[in-house]
Design a protein around this ligand. Structure first.
Ligand code: SF4
Length: 439
């Protein structure tokens, strides 16, 4: 069935920051085709930019597709992008005939061609992982706001036994030094004050600088540090095995590198870490954090945890709790193990942990993590620091911004979005702080 080329579009992204970044790039791409952004209920084209990291996330795609049918029986052109598109490909159009386009995370620069194909009534499926990077085919960055994401590395070679990323995003690829710096300058030109460098394994980034010298992520951060109007630099997500001494040192030497490190560990038990193929031990992980804290004593630490991994005993879980107590996290993400099709851990069915036990363990872990997050926020009370104003708050005259430790700060101020102002932190809650503007 042929249909008119869409005039308007809506991109809905699920999952990680890299999907958010890809969603922003698809928005710029479709905008550069002369299409206008619209709400999901009105758009001629709806792009579902999907996440495959947990069972629920993948199945959710099909219920979202169903919800796109409109009251008058019509529906928009539907594109499924992201990691579910990559993992399931043509299976999606077999299960959901109303899907017009399936495009993987490495091929979305071809979205305009796929839209034209779908309009001609042809099958529009592209889960290719082209050698030539998509980035060169994407338009210049458009205005975002004071905080921007910038993907510098994609894919993963670690093959943790529970994870689909190496299969949906491919092997580790580092974007060229020049391309990253050009995009960073383009983002600063359109108003970004803070840039978060993204990668599934961002600290595995490696490349050559303009003089052909080999550089790691620390070198890239030092180059970004020289961009005048860029005020803050962050990076996520890192792997302990790629935390170099140079990157740790950068935390103590680069003022624009914010005192926040997200370093997933997943478990505190060496036995479980081995079964996860995490290529680090409990002690090597703790030793890294100790060195990071030595370089930047006020750093906020964040991690990821999976509870209920196949075979996890109560003793293993106690090791996770004791590691959490040893570290004292400012923020953390924690989940129950979710079997992902095609991953080695999904075959460990004999060792699966009953859901009730996994839920109870998650409850205990999150109680401890929430206590730590509140405790960390309370240590900020009375501090004089700088807050980057990000958006208007709910109350009259209220603005919301971020502290250097990635805490949300609510304050009354006439400062504009994008300004960085001196603030005293005067109240602390579990998820945010109250501030008093000092100017
Ligand atoms: S490091 Fe492990 S968890 Fe992270 S993306 Fe790679 S395989 Fe997945």
């Amino acid at each position: 069935m042929t249909r008119p080329i869409p005039k308007s579009f809506h991109v809905k992204s699920f999952g990680c920051q890299m999907n958010v970044y890809d969603g922003e790039r698809m928005t710029e791409l479709l905008g550069a085709q002369g299409m206008t952004a619209a709400g999901a209920d009105d758009a001629d084209l709806v792009v579902l930019n999907t996440c495959h990291i947990r069972e629920k996330a993948a199945e959710k795609v099909y219920s979202d597709i169903g919800r796109l049918r409109r009251g008058d029986g019509t529906r928009p052109m539907i594109a499924v992008a992201g990691c579910v598109a990559q993992a399931e490909g043509a299976e999606i159009t077999r299960r959901a005939r109303e899907v017009d386009i399936v495009v993987g995370p490495q091929a979305y620069h071809r979205l305009p061609d796929l839209v034209a194909k779908a309009a001609r009534g042809e099958t529009a499926l592209d889960t290719d992982m082209p050698a030539a990077s998509k980035f060169g085919a994407l338009p210049r960055r458009a205005k975002q706001g004071p905080c921007a994401f910038l993907t510098v590395q994609e894919g993963c070679d670690k093959f943790c036994t529970y994870c689909v990323v190496p299969y949906t995003r491919g092997a580790e690829v580092s974007r060229p030094w020049r391309a990253v710096l050009d995009e960073a300058r383009a983002l600063v030109d359109v108003g970004a004050r803070e840039i978060t460098l993204l990668g599934q394994n961002v600290n595995a980034w490696a490349g050559e600088d303009e003089r052909g010298r080999s550089q790691g992520l620390d070198g890239l951060i030092r180059a970004l540090d020289r961009i005048p109007d860029l005020a803050r630099i962050r990076y996520t997500t890192s792997h302990p095995a790629d935390m170099t001494e140079e990157l740790i040192a950068a935390h103590g030497e680069i003022g624009k590198l914010m005192p926040y490190l997200h370093l997933p560990v997943q478990s505190g038990s060496d036995r479980v870490l081995k079964a996860m193929n995490r290529s680090h031990s409990r002690d090597s992980y703790l030793a890294i954090l100790d060195r990071v804290r030595a370089a930047r004593p006020d750093i906020a630490l964040s991690g990821d945890f999976i509870v209920g991994f196949p075979g996890e005993s109560e003793a293993d879980f106690e090791e996770t709790l004791s590691l959490v107590r040893r570290v004292g996290y400012a923020q953390c993400f924690s989940f129950k193990y979710s079997a992902r099709p095609g991953t080695p851990a999904a075959e460990m069915t004999d060792a699966f942990i009953p859901d009730a036990i996994a839920s109870e363990r998650l409850q205990r872990l999150q109680t401890l993590l929430n206590e730590q997050q509140l405790a960390f926020n309370r240590t900020s009370l009375g501090k004089h620091t700088e807050v980057l104003i990000e958006r208007a708050g709910k109350l009259p005259g209220q603005m919301v911004g971020k502290s250097p430790w990635l805490q949300s700060v609510h304050l009354t101020t006439d400062a504009a979005i994008g300004e960085i102002i001196p603030v005293e932190l005067v109240s602390a809650g579990p998820n945010s702080l109250g501030g008093a503007a000092l100017r």
